[in-house]
Design a protein around this ligand. Structure first.
Ligand SMILES: [Zn+2]
Length: 477
């Protein structure tokens, strides 16, 4: 017996978008059927006429309740899941992946359990974690990798750079390429994937020194410190190691044309290499740093140039990139705009709530992205790459009934009132065509027209992630 029927919408399925009705039983999708053919005697009917029915968004890159490294003199944390996932729910995202940091002396199972305990009862949407191998770890730590993959945590994040400048001194997250290679050797045979922040440490740190010496400290120079060349070098080096070890790699926040090209070249060789970019990288460039709220759109590496934006959009709409993410790192506006120099700006984005809507408006409406591709880059591909498919990221019988319904007739300029997280949004003033109007998490309506209907206890930890062999053997999505 169906509990819910979504009727009359344009539904995005793996076989294309079309006029279908979606039948939901309990927490799962039970049927995708011809219009008017599903029994509705016992079911609640949601009229989706004129709407687009997309898979609930999967945000592959979030840092909630995370220590803020930018201002060591004033330690603080990003907003937690209890606040940020309200925005995800209202914006059509039903699953997010955060990070559990493993540092020297730590235990892998323990760090995951600690993060899961922090989320339990505090998230409006489903969640899981990548494991970050942070800093120069002892070699015996790497022995725990196969066990973690077995336990359903198959994605390992590494930083090829310390990211932040040498002044003031901060704890670094960089893993040297020796250890990255060693990690790849453990991850590949066990069925895991590497998640890589790729920038060249030597170039980035030298540029910080040089710009300090030359007194070019203005934050608008960030893209000249975190350069296109730096991304190019680190991606190439990482891909060479991946080729040698046979591991799959997912590059987070690709920011430059060179990054997209490196990924596309590797994929053309048949390597299982995947690229992510961020909606802020695609929609803003370094000129924006010169405006009063310019640093609202800064995260590391940095905004780049118009030619890079064009390459990122091409990668998203046509081919080369696999996911549109946020690098969510939510703070209030005062903290976000506290620093003005290359050494003290606050990195990290706020925008998981806007991700689905911006992806639709900028991708589908403005740049002709197909609806199928929209579902791929906002939900399906992340679910596949991180071992949650077909439970997540797809509208098909048997899958979790996670839905993002978009009203394509909405035309508006986004205002502060359109958002639910923190005291600002980087997207205030942005004009959109189409916006999410309803979100379902496992069959429950958790948001309706910007009104939160879900509960903080609705989100569940996604256990048992397993990446399909096809994802790890070739560029499959
Ligand atoms: Zn990040």
């Amino acid at each position: 017996m169906l509990d819910l029927v979504i009727r009359g919408g344009q539904v995005i399925t793996p076989d294309g978008a079309g006029a279908w009705d979606v039948g939901i039983e309990g927490e799962r999708i039970a049927a995708v059927a011809l219009p008017g053919t599903l029994p509705t005697a016992s079911a609640r009917v949601i009229d989706a006429t004129g709407k687009i029915v997309a898979p609930g968004g999967v945000e592959p890159h979030a840092h909630l309740a995370h220590g803020i490294m930018s201002h060591p003199d004033a330690p603080s944390q990003t907003l937690g899941p209890e606040e940020d996932t309200v925005g995800m729910a209202c914006g059509g995202t039903t699953t997010h992946i955060d990070f559990a940091y493993l540092r020297t002396g730590g235990d892998l199972q323990q760090v995951v359990e600690q993060r899961a305990a922090r989320w339990k009862g505090n998230s409006y949407v489903d969640y899981t974690f990548h494991i970050t191998l942070a800093g120069a770890l002892d070699l015996q730590v790497f022995e725990q990798i196969p066990e973690a993959i077995q336990a359903g945590y198959p994605s390992f994040k590494v930083f090829t750079t310390n990211v932040l400048p040498p002044h003031p001194k901060r704890a670094g997250n960089r893993l040297d390429f020796g250890r990255i290679h060693y990690a790849m050797e453990k991850v590949a045979p066990a069925g895991g994937i590497m998640v890589v922040h790729g920038e060249d440490e030597d170039l980035v740190q030298f540029n910080y020194e040089r710009f300090r010496e030359e007194k070019r400290m203005e934050g608008e120079n960030l893209h000249l410190v975190h350069t296109k060349l730096s991304e190019s070098l680190a991606f190439a080096r990482t891909i060479a190691l991946a080729k040698a070890t046979g591991v799959g790699v997912y590059f987070v926040h690709t920011s430059a044309r060179e990054g997209v090209e490196a990924i596309r070249d590797a994929r053309a060789q048949g390597l299982p290499i995947y690229g992510e970019t961020l909606h802020q990288y695609a929609c803003f460039n370094a000129e924006y740093y010169k405006t009063p709220r310019g640093f609202c759109s800064h995260t590391y590496p940095s905004l780049k140039l118009p030619e890079d934006q064009a390459a990122l959009w091409h990668g998203l709409v046509v081919d080369g990139l696999s996911t549109l993410a946020t690098d969510e790192y939510p703070t209030n506006l005062e903290l976000k705009l506290r620093g003005k120099t290359i050494e003290d700006v606050t990195g990290g984005n706020l925008g998981a709530e806007a991700r689905m809507g911006i992806g639709y408006s900028e991708g589908v409406v403005k740049r002709g992205m197909s609806l199928g591709r929209f579902a791929d880059i906002t939900a399906t591909n992340a679910a596949k790459i991180f071992g949650m498919y077909p439970r997540k990221g797809v509208i098909a019988p048997g899958s979790d009934a996670d839905i993002c319904m978009i009203d394509p007739s909405i035309r508006k300029t986004l205002r502060r009132e359109d958002f639910h997280v923190s005291d600002y949004s980087p997207w205030e003033g942005w004009a959109v065509s189409g916006w999410p109007v309803m979100t379902l998490l496992r069959g429950k309506v958790i948001a309706d027209n910007g009104k939160l209907l879900g509960a903080q206890t609705d989100g569940r930890l996604l256990t048992g992630r397993r990446i399909e062999a096809s994802i790890l053997s070739r560029p499959a999505c």
